[in-house]
Design a protein around this ligand. Structure first.
Ligand SMILES: [Zn+2]
Ligand SMILES: [Zn+2]
Length: 135
């Protein structure tokens, strides 16, 4: 099991299953949400993801009601994103997880829209211009 939470501590969550498809996403949205060169995201079964504290502090931002991001309204930590087309999945930002994570990143994605100032390290992982194959 994994536990995590936001920066201010209002929101706590737990994950009772594996984290799949961990990727470094260099897309322009992830860069803005994260305020950094990329975001490290993983997929969790929605049934395995529970907010255990502070659900009332969870704010939503989405260009549509179907796809959007949930973050803490007090400290702005990005907690997860959801897409109605994949309702059985939650995408989590790995930096909010406090437990040791046994799974490892498998790819860099949206490398075609990476920041011009960012040099992706030679870490041996495959790089894709858009989503990794199979998504
Ligand atoms: Zn917070
Ligand atoms: Zn992205």
């Amino acid at each position: 099991m994994y536990i995590g939470g936001c920066l201010c501590g209002a929101i706590r969550f737990e994950i009772t299953g594996p984290i799949r498809n961990i990727v470094y996403c260099h897309c322009s949205q992830c860069r803005k949400v994260q305020g950094s060169a990329y975001a490290t995201n993983g997929i969790v079964n929605a049934a395995d993801f529970q907010i255990t504290q502070g659900e009332d502090s969870l704010s939503y931002y989405g260009e549509t009601a179907e796809q959007g991001k949930y973050f803490c309204c007090r400290c702005a930590s990005p907690i997860m994103s959801k897409n109605a087309a994949f309702a059985d999945q939650v995408r989590v930002r790995l930096g909010t997880i406090e437990s040791m994570i046994s799974e490892r990143p498998s790819a860099h994605i949206f490398v075609s829209s990476k920041a011009a100032w960012d040099e992706i390290p030679d870490d041996g992982l495959p790089r894709y211009d858009e989503h990794e194959p199979g998504r």
